[in-house]
Design a protein around this ligand. Sequence first.
Ligand code: G6P
Length: 621
Amino acid sequence: MCGIVGYVGNQQVVPVVIEGLRRLEYRGYDSAGIAVVNRDHEMQVRRASGKLRNLEEVIRENPISGEYGLGHTRWATHGRPTEENAHPHRSGDGRVVVVHNGIIENYLELKRDLQARGHVFKSETDTEVVAHLIQKHQQLDPQADLETAFRRSLNEVRGIYALVAMSADEPEKIVAARLGPPVVVGLGDGEYFVASDIPAILPHTRNIFFLGDGEIACLAKDGVRVTDLEGNEIKPQVQRITWDPIQAEKGGYKHFMLKEIYEQPRAVRDTTQSRISLDTGQVFLDEMKITEAEFRNFTDIKIAACGTAWHAALVAKYLIEELARLPVEVDYASEFRYRNPILTPTTLMMVISQSGETADTLAALREGKEKGCKTLAICNVQGAMMTREADGTIYTHAGPEIGVASTKAFTSQIVAAYLLAMYLAQVRGALNEEKLKWHAQHLSELPVKIEKLLNSDTDYEELSRAFVLSTDFLYLGRGINFPIALEGALKLKEISYIHAEGYAAGEMKHGPNALIDSRLPVVVINTLDPNDEKSRLRYEKTISNIQEVKARDGIVVAIVTEGDKDTREVASFTIQVPPSSELLSPVLSAIPLQLMAYHIAVRRGCDVDQPRNLAKSVTVE
Ligand code: G6P
């Protein structure tokens, strides 16, 4: 979602902030702005709707400079994505500016109070009230410095926020606070950074810390001080980022999404490696506050997640139920709290999230905690909120995912869930050593199969040419491939803006059949593991579904296993994936669907890495 970058130091602030914002572009945004204070203590603000290049154009026409400042890319929630609604927002006297990621829930109430005191508002946003609140507290107590006025303002605010503010009257100082959306502080040599995500500051420093909820950082040229909302000092936990900034760059690929699709062999390998023993089939989970005895005693698992991570959760259900014979229920995190879920002390509450910051997923995790469950997160971002709040985390080692549409995080989430399913089976005695070894072996072969798949000569150009003008798509899958049909449809709609629906193949006759005609591409996932009885059954039934599509003139694109004959005979296009066990086939089937969506979107001229209206990490509910 919104990006934030603030800087205090000796460099020219405008390039540092703009470059930082550019590194956060992947989060999705629809307007941008910057504020810097110059030597004459003048607050200079430039803003523009649309992309960063529009803001740069505004700055070119009307240059600004200074040594402390902050910038923002906004993903509209309250108010349209116009220049007036873009951040930074100013106090009435124009001396204070604020940028914000999140939602101020009581802003209307606060706005009315402030208006009654004579404050005049210029935007439709909730954020603007914070700038006015700071001014109000400075007026009420002229002794109060920015940090104090900021703290007093926060005590009036209800909602979630990453808030960063500065004043023209307090040189070289920036204050930042967090309640929900992440705030990261970068510690340089005589220079300090604040941002909403690490890539923004990585070219300058690798020493960082995340603000905790309810914490305030005050950045000045001589250092950073962290306090809580009462003003008590807190010692931040500084960490050194070991991943390479290059990992967050395109590395020769046209888009981050394509790069990330091609990183999947590595991502899957890193997620698996060091956690399984091929000799014994044993799985070793990362250290966590859930004991082996507790894992043994769980009676059920609830998983909450959003978007692509929700699809990974659906796959996880198949894996855990199959391997560990433990019942799993999967919820949209955004729905979880609204149905009074039955959680007992022996329920394991799980969340799956790339970012570890998605507001709905975090809320579901907290609900589980409140009800006394042990909580476990599958997460990609080190130190993210969910990893701090959960009793345990299984990290996916996918590396930074920049493309808004999730790819490598998804396949790594499935692999992490597979490891968990094996671990549960191991501690609960649901699988013997022989079986565990078999699974370990298959998991370890997966990266090579993905490499093979990525190097295959499937002609995605031809596919994208054939479907560039399609207006609707249907995706069908059965069994463990049903969630992959959902994910394939989501990928296509996210980045190409083509309407696409995923369906359980067997459900087709209960509605979607009515849509099929000669213009409707129907993508059917029909891989086969000949050694698995359920797979064979699924395969045959799905061929019948394909026949039904053909009988109505639908165009079938089938994902099949190498060497397949039967599906190939009836499909218009086939894409082959290497043979694999039934339970690992979702990882392989997902990849051609990512590539197909990518090539169609590129041919349609879409902004693949930053699709319209979407955000990478959705920190509002
Ligand atoms: C947004 C992103 C999706 C992602 C979802 C959940 O909608 O665009 O790609 O799957 O959020 O995000 P999370 O970080 O919790 O996995």
